[in-house]
Design a protein around this ligand. Structure first.
Ligand SMILES: *[C@@H]1O[C@H](CO)[C@@H](O)[C@H](O)[C@H]1NC(C)=O
Ligand SMILES: *[C@@H]1O[C@H](CO)[C@@H](O)[C@H](O)[C@H]1NC(C)=O
Ligand SMILES: *[C@@H]1O[C@H](CO)[C@@H](O)[C@H](O)[C@H]1NC(C)=O
Length: 217
């Protein structure tokens, strides 16, 4: 490891699950079927409401809906069945109860420090050790060049102002809609080590969200 503090790098690798984002409304590519659902007025038909934008843009729900067709790390077949109804009211149970079984690295998630640093894993640094004050708050949405990985050179070229603590990088992965492709695509745009190091040493950023097939946004 170089001079970069492992913990800081781990924090940089964190992708936000639900952030308050001060950004344009079109920040997040909504799934058509999940789009704008409004409450049914007469109660004649119950329609699920899946809201993504709250208070005119104070909060964006950027988490992807879990589906069996969503990509899973190095899998050709996607996530597969991960949800089952273990107890059903139709079968006389008091309540419906579902069970989920899936890798914690699925869909929109935060990585714990122990995910990539074994000594943190051994010392018990799970997601519960992450700082909620870092995970929540205004974030800057940054469009990055579509023909490069997230290197130090790219980071420098973005001129992210001092004082910005959270950024979300919109990359080629979004344009390619990798989160909607079942087969895992290894050619995703990634956050390179020198890019992370540059951010730690030259900015106030504590949280980075980025997009890749098994991950965020
Ligand atoms: C309970 O589960 C049944 C399937 O057995 C489903 O049709 C029904 O909508 C569920 N009810 C609620 C309240 O989720
Ligand atoms: C309900 O009961 C039927 C008959 O025992 C069974 O085939 C079915 O899987 C059950 N469904 C759930 C959701 O428990
Ligand atoms: C990013 O790096 C990966 C792995 O080195 C490579 O496959 C991919 O083509 C790169 N993407 C871009 C846009 O340069």
């Amino acid at each position: 490891m170089n001079a970069l503090s492992p913990l800081l790098l781990a924090l940089l690798l964190i992708a936000a699950a639900a952030l308050a984002v001060a950004a344009a409304l079109e920040a997040y590519p909504t799934i058509a079927s999940v789009g704008d659902c409004s409450v049914s007025d007469g109660g004649e038909e119950l329609k699920p409401i899946r809201r993504e934008v709250y208070d005119g843009g104070r909060i964006f729900d950027i988490s992807h809906r879990l589906t069996s067709d969503m990509p899973s790390w190095e899998s050709e077949d996607g996530l597969g069945q991960f949800l089952r109804l273990a107890a059903s009211m139709k079968n006389g149970s008091l309540a419906n109860g579902s069970e989920m079984k899936l890798p914690v690295h699925t869909g929109t998630h935060v990585d714990a420090p122990g995910h990539v640093f074994d000594h943190y894993f051994d010392a018990g640094f799970d997601v519960d050790t992450l700082d909620l004050a870092v995970l929540n708050g205004p974030a800057l949405l940054v469009d990055v060049p579509r023909d490069k990985n997230l290197t130090a050179e790219v980071m420098e070229s973005l001129h992210i102002p001092k004082g910005v603590r959270r950024v979300l990088f919109r990359t080629l992965n979004t344009d390619r809609r990798l989160m909607y492709k079942k087969a895992f695509d290894t050619s995703y745009v990634g956050f390179m080590r020198d890019g992370a190091k540059w951010l730690v040493e030259n900015t106030d950023i504590r949280l980075v969200g980025r997009i890749r097939p098994s991950l965020v946004f």
